[in-house]
Every structure is written in structure tokens, then in C-alpha cells.
Design a protein around this ligand. Structure first.
Ligand SMILES: [Fe+2]
Length: 155
């Protein structure tokens, strides 16, 4: 057992998966900052603000994820060179097209939600309520965002 009473082997697996999730969040975060800076066109004022709201939310979750890894007794990865190697979410490159950017948000959230569902199974099995409730909060919030971004794109 670790200090918070979770089986050591399960805590290690959870921490690895949380680090993988963290890598994806960090690349996504940098992408959304890029979208915020580079957006052009008639939806500028709307999307510029929406992207800022999103990256501010992502940075809070990034900190929660890193600190959850520490709480489980492991170390969060902080090197972007490592994030790039592990993340499924890729750097978006230079783009100022709002529709493409919003589609990127939907695709990225789809990846994050699936990873979080896998973590939810693992944390449930490990009786790790702390990680479990974090994941279920993120999933619920982000599923709603996917609906709203899809509505924005008329999808
Ligand atoms: Fe700004």
C-alpha cells in the first residue's frame, strides 16, 4: 500500500496513465494558445475569447493531474520533449482558420475523453476515488463542450 492506502502496483499503473494523459493535455494546451493568438476572420472576437476560456481551464486541469500523480507517490513529467514523444494529440502548426481550430478541439477532446474513460476503469478497480472523481468530472464537462463545439460547426 502507498501512503493513501492504494495498492502500490495499481498506483504505479495509474500514475503512468495519468502522465500519458498529462502529455496530451500539455500539447493540447499549447495548441489552444496558438488558436487564441492566431485566429482571424469574422468570428475573431467570439473565438479569441472562447479559446482563452478553454486554455485557462486546461491549465487548471494540468496542475490537478500533475498533483494527483504526486499524491499517488510518483513524479509528473514536465519536459515538452517527452510530451511530444508520448502524446497522441499532435502540435497543430500555424493556423488561423476558426472552423479548423474548433474541429481540432472536438478531435482532441475525443482523445482525452477516451483516455479518461480508460483511467476511470483503472481507478475504479484500484478503489482510487480521488482519481476516479477527477476523471468523471472531466468527462462530463468535456462531453458537453464537444456538443457545443459541434453545434457551432453545425454538426
Ligand atoms: Fe490573450
Amino acid at each position: 500500500m502507498n501512503k493513501i492506502g492504494i495498492n502500490n502496483e495499481k498506483a504505479e499503473v495509474l500514475s503512468k496513465q495519468l502522465n500519458d494523459l498529462l502529455a496530451n493535455y500539455q500539447i493540447f494546451y499549447a495548441n489552444v494558445r496558438g488558436f487564441h493568438w492566431n485566429i482571424k476572420g469574422e468570428k475573431f472576437f467570439e473565438l479569441h475569447v472562447k479559446f482563452e476560456e478553454l486554455y485557462n481551464d486546461l491549465i487548471l486541469k494540468i496542475d490537478e493531474l500533475a498533483e494527483r500523480i504526486l499524491t499517488l507517490g510518483y513524479r509528473p513529467e514536465y519536459r515538452y520533449s517527452e510530451y511530444i514523444k508520448t502524446a497522441v494529440i499532435k502540435e497543430a502548426g500555424q493556423t488561423h482558420n476558426g472552423v479548423e481550430n474548433v474541429q481540432n478541439l472536438i478531435d482532441s477532446f475525443s482523445i482525452l475523453i477516451q483516455k479518461q474513460r480508460a483511467l476511470l476503469d483503472l481507478s475504479g478497480e484500484a478503489n482510487d476515488e480521488g482519481t476516479n472523481s477527477l476523471m468523471s468530472d472531466y468527462i462530463r464537462e468535456q462531453e458537453k463542450l464537444v456538443w457545443m463545439y459541434s453545434a457551432f460547426l453545425n454538426k
